[in-house]
Design a protein. Structure first.
Length: 111
């Protein structure tokens, strides 16, 4: 169930009400203390992958980068389920700041 928050934005003489939706993953271990993900490394992890389901680590604490090993417990993060449909080489994000997660978008170069 998403949590709804309301806020008011004032721009010049215009007042607007904005509804903000925050969706919490009911399967996450979110404990209300959202923090930044840990930077596992500042370069992508490039791998050849086969078709299948992968669980990319979003918290950065996994010892099995780039995949989840359960170390996210209590961090407010959870793994991102990713379906790979064909064999190919992918560049997994390891800095955990990509806007196109789980794949690298070059964000590590700005950290
Ligand atoms: S260990 Fe990082 S998301 Fe699971």
């Amino acid at each position: 169930m998403p949590a709804h928050f309301f806020c008011r934005l004032e721009t010049g003489s215009t007042l607007a009400a904005v509804r903000i939706y925050v969706c919490l993953n009911p399967n996450s271990d979110y404990n209300g203390s959202m923090s930044e993900p840990k930077i596992a490394q500042k370069s992508p992890i490039v791998q050849k992958v086969e078709p299948g389901t992968y669980y990319w680590c979003a918290c950065g604490h996994s010892k099995s980068q780039p995949f989840c090993d359960g170390a996210h417990k209590g961090t407010g993060f959870g793994p991102l389920k990713t379906e790979i449909t064909e064999a190919k080489t992918v560049a997994w994000c390891a800095c955990k700041h990509s806007k196109t997660a789980p794949f690298c978008d070059g964000s590590h170069s700005r950290l």
